[in-house]
Design a protein around this ligand. Structure first.
Ligand SMILES: [Zn+2]
Length: 245
């Protein structure tokens, strides 16, 4: 069984999906994370003196976080942080489609088009790119050059958006996807915090993240956004429910 998360920035894999990645690794699921940008536009920049230096630091931090989360395949692509809205749609979706056709996950996780609780534009764009890649990876008429190069179409059984049961009053208003799946991650809260803290350049965010995780973070909420077999949505407690190998 394989689970893939598609994210915008180094630290999203820990902050948004850390519980699911640890939970499913513990159940023997092979996990992968594809992150679209190296996070070079971040507000918190550690010792970096340039965008290039910050990108290099954050790639290393992503790798360290993925080790803590036991991610089997972690990859940071090279699209511009803060600039996904201007990225070439076919190029980004093509890159993601190629990863999906290569890795062949059973379930894909990404953020919602609202941009998660922060409403970050890169999160919204990652959601849209990942959604198209989810749908197009299974079709022979999308990116046929990948098929000519030897890849096969791949239909992933489920697509989930991460969601939340709260909004942040100090942020722009967002309309989150309704929760359809509640994943208990109590045993993995400390691991999720540790993975987030592997992002040393983001140290000013550590304390607030750890505090809110320890108070409210024993669940990750998801919205079932697409399925390969038509169905009626029912409340779930397991993202692999109904998924077959
Ligand atoms: Zn982010």
């Amino acid at each position: 069984m394989k689970l893939m998360a598609i994210t915008a920035h180094p630290d999203d894999e820990a902050g948004a999906f850390g519980g699911a990645l640890l939970h499913y690794h513990a159940r023997g699921v092979e996990t992968s994370v594809i992150c679209l940008t190296p996070g070079q536009a971040a507000t918190h920049r550690g010792p970096a003196r340039s965008d290039e230096e910050l990108a290099a630091l954050r790639r290393a931090e992503f790798a360290a976080s993925c080790r803590i989360l036991h991610v089997d395949h972690g990859e940071v692509l090279d699209y511009p942080d803060g600039g996904l809205v201007r990225a070439d749609l076919a190029a980004v979706v093509g890159d993601l489609t190629e990863r999906i056709r290569t890795i062949r996950p059973h379930v894909i996780l990404t953020m919602g088009p609202e941009g998660a609780v922060t409403g970050h534009l890169d999160h919204s764009m990652a959601s849209l790119f990942a959604t198209l890649a989810y749908h197009w990876a299974g079709r022979r008429d999308r990116f046929p050059e990948q098929l000519e190069a030897g890849l096969e179409p791949h239909r992933t059984q489920k697509l989930y958006y991460s969601t939340a049961a709260f909004t942040l009053p100090e942020r722009p208003p967002v309309s989150p996807p309704p929760c359809s799946a509640t994943l208990a991650i109590g045993p993995w809260v400390e691991g999720k915090i540790a993975a987030f803290q592997a992002h040393a350049t983001q140290a000013p965010l550590w304390e607030a993240f750890a505090r809110s995780m320890r108070r409210f973070g024993d669940k990750e909420l998801y919205h079932l956004a697409a399925v390969s077999a038509p169905s009626v949505a029912e409340a779930e407690s397991d993202l692999l429910e109904g998924v077959s190998v």
